[in-house]
Design a binder for this molecule. Sequence first.
Ligand SMILES: CC(C)(COP(=O)(O)OP(=O)(O)OC[C@H]1O[C@@H](n2cnc3c(N)ncnc32)[C@H](O)[C@@H]1OP(=O)(O)O)[C@@H](O)C(=O)NCCC(=O)NCCS
Length: 192
Amino acid sequence: MRIITPTAVLRDWRLADATVLAQYADNPRVAACMRDGFPSPYTLENAIEFISFATTQSRQLLLAIEVDGEAVGGIGVSPLDDVYARTGEIGYWLGEPWWGRGIVTDAVRAVVPIAFSEMGLVRLEAGVFSNNPASMQVLEHTGFVREAVHRRAITKHGQLLDEVIYARLNPDSCRAPGRPSDPTRERDPGMR
Ligand SMILES: CC(C)(COP(=O)(O)OP(=O)(O)OC[C@H]1O[C@@H](n2cnc3c(N)ncnc32)[C@H](O)[C@@H]1OP(=O)(O)O)[C@@H](O)C(=O)NCCC(=O)NCCS
């Protein structure tokens, strides 16, 4: 897959990305905002292991964020299990030198329609640590709705944090069968 956004190219991971991936992912300021499954320190072996996984699985959408020819971040959508199978979790990170240029906002905007139309998801959600306003801004700019605060749900590096839940619904899932739109249903304020 290859998607061109106004600020980056989103594409499949390649083994050749491993060195650059390890270089930019090995940053405590990135890891501090991620779940503990994101290694810190992030070694070349971690990068090779991740890319090997990303290039051999098909359930999740896992794309590199390429800027100036280098894979300097990642964005992914992972469907949940069981009764949540049509909910996907969206996650992303970007190398620190590229923060604040609108790159991830553009990437989320590009990935949402794929998650809905090609992955068949009806709901996309993200759980953001309460000390990460930049990620909340990304989600608010891309039509996600702040739904809930899970109080003290997170322990990161020994610090207790709230988790802020953002979600966006597939507009097609809000229409009753046979009707183009159903005014009796509440409209998701995130839909545009
Ligand atoms: C969060 C992250 C993905 C944002 O990527 P990015 O490409 O820099 O984001 P964008 O430039 O598209 O948008 C960031 C927005 O947050 C704002 N922002 C940045 N720091 C902020 C802060 N401390 N407080 C409030 N807003 C902030 C920016 O101004 C921008 O909003 P604007 O467009 O209205 O100016 C990136 O900082 C990152 O990788 N962080 C570490 C990993 C991470 O947090 N992953 C997400 C886990 S939920």
